[in-house]
Ligand binder design. Structure first.
Ligand code: MG
Ligand code: MG
Length: 275
């Protein structure tokens, strides 16, 4: 899940530097966050394998909630600011925060974003994948690949001593090099005891907030959103679902990432999950 743009419209508070409000996790807390991340990774890996044309986004949500609870966690999103489900399911031109719906039937060629979070022993994990359902157009495949690569370009910049602008610049430059647009209306975020913590993790260069130097023990949800056409979005009347203004496609990937002295550890890494 993303932080809404409204949150970053707030003026920076001059009395407390954002750097000081960013929590540094202890080894014990990191061990718990590894488990929370593993639960999220497991759910998303399983959903990527079971999602098929003919299923509904409500089917995916029911599966995710069942698995999160089976693994001893609770869904981070359900009830968060009133969000009614355990996943955000955003299809094609829907950008983020799509509400699962039993009438929303998935079709061959759909670009399906599934974002979910698990709350485990007091800590959250947060991750998103984009699934290309069945046979995909070349353009849609390119968009999905670019969104995933954009995430890894950002993650590659994560290391104690680097800054959030290093990360944002790597994502922005890569997305532009592919001929796509980076969405600016939503950002990533710190994650830990709260689903959304300081700092905001931008996917583009900005002077809007002080540049934050990364420190070992910070945990960040990095989540670039890549649009085929315009970067601009609008919110539907359900007050959650963001869509592209030109109805073109959108793709997103997200990981919860731990900053270490020498680099990073991806806490929601699906490649470690055997199914
Ligand atoms: Mg998320
Ligand atoms: Mg998030």
């Amino acid at each position: 899940m993303n932080i809404l743009s409204a949150l970053r419209a707030q003026p920076a508070q001059p009395t407390i530097a954002p750097q000081r409000r960013i929590s540094i996790k202890s080894e014990r807390e990191i061990a718990i966050m590894r488990q929370a991340g593993r639960i999220v990774a497991t759910v998303l890996k399983e959903i990527s394998q079971l999602a098929k044309p003919g299923m509904t986004t409500a089917d995916l949500d029911a599966y995710a909630e069942k698995r999160i609870r089976e693994m001893g966690a609770t869904p981070s999103f359900k009830g968060y600011h009133g969000f009614p489900a355990s996943i955000c399911a955003s299809v094609n031109h829907e950008v983020v925060h799509g509400i699962p719906n039993p009438r929303k039937v998935l079709r061959e060629g759909d670009v399906v974003k599934v974002d979910t979070g698990a709350f485990y022993e007091g800590f959250h994990g947060d991750s998103c994948i984009t699934i290309g359902l069945g046979h995909m157009s070349d353009q849609a495949s390119h968009l999905i690949r670019a969104a995933e690569e954009a995430l890894y370009r950002g993650i590659a910049q994560v290391k104690a001593g680097h800054t959030l602008i290093d990360l944002a610049g790597a994502i922005e430059d890569y997305v532009k090099s592919q001929g796509f647009a980076i969405v600016e209306d939503f950002t990533g975020h710190g994650v830990g005891r709260n689903l959304h913590e300081e700092p905001s993790v931008f996917n583009f260069r900005t002077q809007e907030l002080p540049n934050v130097k990364l420190r070992a023990g910070m945990t960040l949800a990095i989540e670039p959103i890549v649009n085929q056409g315009s970067r601009h979005t609008r919110i539907l009347r359900d007050r959650w679902t963001a869509v592209t203004v030109d109805n073109k496609l959108s793709a997103q990937f997200e990981h919860t990432v731990l900053v270490t002295e020498t680099g990073y550890e991806i806490l929601t890494d699906r490649t470690q999950i055997s199914t």
